[in-house]
Design a protein around this ligand. Structure first.
Ligand SMILES: Cc1cc2nc3c(=O)[nH]c(=O)nc-3n(C[C@H](O)[C@H](O)[C@H](O)COP(=O)(O)OP(=O)(O)OC[C@H]3O[C@@H](n4cnc5c(N)ncnc54)[C@H](O)[C@@H]3O)c2cc1C
Length: 418
């Protein structure tokens, strides 16, 4: 395997979302020739429309103990934080079974440890890349707050707060009156809040991807606008990516195609249960009122972030696959909550968006070599945390291809874990 790694000069990275962009920049910094391939302009996938939050506190997986009890209630409300397109249920049933299996307390603890290991150093990793890209202002040091409308919601969160505490996440508690002072833009409808001081956010999600891609081009990388549909596989693994614009010869390939990675991974010998949790946002250019930092509600699965281009209210989960048309009623819920949270919010001229989180049932991404080929690396499935994990993922992929020890136990993220 070492001989093969030493022979790697040219790496093709499929997907110019946050994961592919960070990977391409790390690889060019490590001295590789890089071709970044995307069928679209960089940063137009899930990385375009997310909540923009980048921190190291996201150590709680999506499936937690008691989720089985809570899901039926959530599903009964078509406009609640979780919905299923019923026609898609047979397709996603195996994913859901794995999702539920990942919610037992022992497994949640293991997953949380693996999430924390991957998140550790995320902010430093971004700062380093953004210094390189000449754009340190893209990351804003703000902290964020998690709000609770009811005491019951706050009490229900206690086991998860304890989990964060065990992983060393710093936080402070705010009562209703303290919250009003701390974040005056919010309506007095919240009973409690948790403040996480170490969390940051990016002021422009797509802009962040773009500056990272540009930095990789500055270092000699190439961007190809093409859709990848397969690989030319030789005796030592993939030697070209096949695209609608012709083959891209390479010595190694990285699949970072977000929610669309499953078929490509399968062609490289890795059969992974990747699906998508669709999410929505509304964005208001001239909202009239802005919070000072991102505000999140676990009760509603919604985050409101003060971006450079306006207030973005986004979130919720819809299980419906990659093909169904958006259900814009779900964007309406976000607008409605935005008006409730921020008195005086002006919503005229808002834009709306739907995107595809690349989601693994156990909330852990797939990062590592395929079982079949040492020169084929998978880097996708970051679910709700791809913005946070992008920079560290790129660093790890570059280490693997350079034959360096990434300094982290990679087994929790392997494609063979299922
Ligand atoms: C509403 C919402 C809120 C979120 N909030 C946050 C948050 O606050 N913080 C956070 O960390 N994460 C958040 N996320 C999750 C985050 O957005 C994703 O995890 C992350 O963007 C995934 O990045 P990616 O690069 O893997 O995928 P993507 O950004 O989807 O990029 C994949 C790229 O691959 C390209 N591609 C796919 N197939 C092919 C092909 N065959 N050939 C060529 N190109 C191809 C696509 O065009 C796309 O550009 C949120 C997600 C949503 C939906």
């Amino acid at each position: 395997m070492t001989g093969r790694i030493q022979a790697i000069r040219h790496v093709a990275v499929i997907g110019a979302g946050i994961v592919g962009a960070c990977t391409a920049l790390h690889l060019t910094r490590a001295g590789f020739r890089v071709t970044l391939i995307d069928r679209d302009a960089p940063g137009l996938g899930a990385s375009f429309g997310n909540g923009a939050v980048i921190g190291e506190e996201a150590v709680v997986p999506v499936a937690t103990p008691g989720i089985l009890r809570r899901v039926p209630g959530m599903l009964r409300d078509p406009l609640g934080p979780l919905s299923v397109r019923w026609g898609y249920l047979p397709r996603i049933a195996p994913w859901l079974m794995r999702f539920l299996a990942a919610s037992n307390p022992r497994r949640v603890e293991e997953i949380s440890i693996a999430l924390a290991a991957l998140l550790k150093g995320s902010l430093a990793a971004y700062r380093e890349l953004l210094e390189d890209a000449g754009a340190p202002h893209m990351l804003k040091r703000s902290g964020w707050i998690c709000v609770f409308e009811t005491e019951e919601g706050f009490r229900a969160f206690q086991p998860l707060l304890a989990l964060q505490h065990r992983r060393g996440v710093r936080h402070g508690l705010l009562g209703a009156a303290e919250l009003r002072q701390f974040e005056p833009a919010l309506a007095p409808i919240f009973a409690r809040a948790i403040h996480y001081p170490d969390v940051n956010y990016t002021i422009d999600c797509q802009g962040l991807v773009e500056v990272l891609v540009q930095a990789s081009l500055h270092r000699g990388g190439t961007l190809r606008r093409a859709a990848a549909h397969g690989f030319d596989i030789g005796p030592e693994g993939p030697r070209a990516v096949l695209t609608n614009e012709g083959p891209v010869p390479c010595d190694a390939v990285v699949v970072a195609a977000g929610a669309w990675s499953r078929d490509l991974a399968k062609m490289l010998g890795a059969d992974v249960p990747l699906d998508t949790e669709r999410g929505y946002h509304v964005q208001i250019a001239d909202p009239g009122v802005m919070p000072r930092q991102p505000v999140y509600s676990t009760e509603r699965g919604i985050v409101a972030t003060p971006l450079e281009a306006g207030l973005r209210v986004g979130g919720t989960v819809e299980l419906g696959g990659l093909k169904a048309a958006p259900n814009w009623d779900r964007a309406e819920i976000l607008l409605k909550q935005g008006r409730r949270w921020f008195p005086g919010l002006r919503t005229e001229g808002h834009s709306r968006w739907m995107g595809f989180r690349p989601s693994m049932p156990d909330s852990l991404p797939v990062i590592g070599r395929t079982p079949a080929f040492s020169n084929a690396i998978l880097a996708f499935g970051h679910g709700h945390c791809g913005m946070m994990m992008g920079a560290r993922t790129g660093e790890i992929v570059a280490d693997l291809l350079a034959g360096r020890d990434p300094g982290i136990d990679m087994s929790p993220y392997g494609s063979e874990r299922f």
